[in-house]
Design a protein around this ligand. Sequence first.
Ligand code: SAH
Length: 391
Amino acid sequence: MAKVILTHQRRKRIEKGHPWVYKTEIEKIEGDFNPGDIVEVYDHKGKFIGKGYINPISQITVRILTRNRDEAIDRNFFKNRIMTAFEYRQRLGFNGSFRLIYGEADFLPALIVDKFEDVFVIQTLALGMDRFKSVIVDVLREIFEPRGIYERNDAPVRELEGLPLVRGSLYGHVPDKILIEENGLKLYVDVINGQKTGYFFDQKENRLAIKPLVKDAEVLECFCYTGSFALSAARFGAKKVLAFDSSKEAVELARENAALNGLEGICEFHEGNAFDVLRHFHKIGKKFDVVILDPPAFAKNKQALEGAIRGYKEINLRSMKILKPGGFLITSSCSHHVDEDLFWEIIQSAAWDARVNLRVIETRTQAKDHPILAASEETRYLKFFMLQVIK
Ligand code: SAH
């Protein structure tokens, strides 16, 4: 097994539990290896740190899988890790449909597994993890006896690892639409053509948290995808919900989901660009009691930060303008590169420009099936603020 020796100058991030070894932190590599192989990682004094997989073309050259020198990276390793992740979620009350494996935070770097009842969707986002795909499928079959397992490896981050973008069935039967339940709502999920793995489990607890704000309210949602926030609002007593998404497929599925829950009389779904929609309502002077914003990550990387800040500011500023006095702004950002402090700064600067004052009702983050690993800030990404807009 090849040995990766780390530099003397680097900070002790990896020793503190962060699983990534950057290319710039490597002094030298002793021994032969192929891309994707398991290697040992040592500090500059020769002290063993851990074992992980290597990909020399990736800036994240090694991702550590274990800190135990005697632990083999084999089928049993994956079975133990997956069982531990499953038990954690069971203990926290998740059942049916949830994120089963959240990569680094479940000590399986670059692996995502979402469970939709008896169908599993997986992403192996790094070369070393991709190599274990058939082992992972095998272990999932043993533990869960699923109906089908599907890979959504069409995520662009795979290109940084030299991996192709692919999607397809890995086992059994995967239906076009899967029925799941969330907080008492019935929802169809399209894991084959939907966005990412088909569904955003990370907002599950936040969808419940909006309950006290939406009763009898007129609600606008601007990035509704397949309707989970809008339908939650309707179920919690909103009088009327208008929801928009730029994706035609998402809007169609949202309408089906409304009908499935008998909420089509309250929720209206339309295709529309959030920036235009917000501008339109401002122009015609229409006001809402609640505005919900859950945009895609505007900052996919550090280079895109400036544009992302402008985007976040604009949608939040426009939303503040079309809220009634004392209305509620429910706003989120899933860009890791926009941290909570920065997001809050953006919101405050929007409030200043809109000439409103804000009260923070609650600040929240991602659901517990996306645990945050303290040593790895990258695992913390979702910001979710519930604000009152004082005019
Ligand atoms: N709130 C949703 C998830 C939203 S994901 C939920 O709880 O499930 C972000 C959504 O924004 C995607 O559905 C995407 O199609 C949509 N989107 C991206 N850019 C948009 C834009 N400019 N205007 C409206 N929708 C947009």
